[in-house]
Design a protein around this ligand. Structure first.
Ligand SMILES: [Mg+2]
Length: 227
C-alpha cells in the first residue's frame, strides 16, 4: 500500500453514537406505549426516518422530526403537546451527551499522525458533528474534516480530488460496510472495517466483500499492525 491519507468515520468508529439513538428510541416507545406496541412503533419510526432522509439528512434534528411525525401518525394526530415537548427534550439530551471515545482511538491517531495525513469523513448534521469533534478533544489530529450529506461514490471522489491524491492513496476506516467501505472500494481506495456491536438497520448489508483492498479487523488498534 502506498497510502497518503487515512480517513476515519466518526460515529461508532471514533466515538460512541448508535447506543444513544437506541436509548432515546426506548424512551420514545415508552412515551407512546398506550397507542402502539413497541414493534409497531419501531417499524413506523424506521419507515418515516428513511422517507425523511432526503428532506433532513442524517443526524439528531431529523431524528427528532421523525419521532414527532411518528407520534402524530400512530395517535391519529391526538398526541398531546406535552409529549411533543418531551420528544424535543429527548433530542436536546442527545445533543448534550458527552463524547465517549472508543477504545484505542487516541493511541491509533497518535501513532499515525506523523506518517499520514489523517482526516475525518462523516455524515450527519453539520453543526452537530462540528460540536462533537470539538468536544472530543481529538480534532487536532486531523488535517481535514469532511462532513458529507451522503457517503456515496460521488462524494468520495470529491473528497479524493479535494485531498489532491490518487484514489489508491486513500484508506478509509469505519464501522459501516455500506457507507465507509463499499463506496471507497468502488472509487479505487482501500477500506478497513472495524465493526461496532450495534448498527442502525439502514446501514445493514448482506454482501460479503472479496477485494484485495479490503480488510476487516476486530478493534481499531489492529490497523497499527499493517500501517
Ligand atoms: Mg459510523
Amino acid at each position: 500500500m502506498n497510502l497518503k491519507v487515512i480517513a476515519f468515520d466518526a460515529d461508532d468508529t471514533l466515538w460512541v453514537n448508535e447506543p444513544y439513538f437506541r436509548h432515546t428510541e426506548e424512551q420514545f416507545y415508552n412515551l407512546l406505549g398506550e397507542f402502539s406496541s413497541q414493534q409497531g412503533l419501531e417499524r413506523e419510526l424506521f419507515k418515516i426516518e428513511i422517507e425523511n432522509l432526503s428532506f433532513y439528512g442524517y443526524g439528531i434534528k431529523g431524528f427528532v422530526l421523525s419521532m414527532i411525525e411518528t407520534a402524530l401518525k400512530v395517535t391519529n394526530n391526538k398526541i398531546s403537546t406535552d409529549v411533543i415537548g418531551k420528544i424535543i427534550e429527548l433530542g436536546k439530551e442527545m445533543m448534550n451527551q458527552p463524547i465517549e471515545l472508543l477504545d484505542g482511538v487516541e493511541e491509533v491517531l497518535e501513532a499515525l499522525k506523523d506518517k499520514y495525513r489523517l482526516v475525518v469523513a462523516t455524515k450527519g448534521d453539520l453543526l452537530d458533528q462540528e460540536r462533537k469533534l470539538k468536544k472530543s478533544g481529538i480534532s487536532h489530529y486531523f488535517h481535514h474534516i469532511e462532513i458529507m450529506s451522503e457517503k456515496d461514490d460521488a462524494n468520495y471522489r470529491k473528497l479524493i480530488k479535494h485531498l489532491d491524491i490518487h484514489p489508491n492513496e486513500l484508506l478509509m476506516v469505519g464501522n459501516s460496510l455500506k457507507s465507509d467501505i463499499l463506496p471507497v472500494l468502488n472509487v479505487g481506495g482501500h477500506g478497513v472495517h472495524v465493526p461496532y456491536h450495534i448498527t442502525w438497520a439502514h446501514e445493514h448489508i448482506e454482501d460479503t466483500i472479496d477485494d484485495e483492498k479490503f480488510k476487516s479487523v476486530e478493534g481499531i488498534r489492529e490497523i497499527l499492525g499493517f500501517l
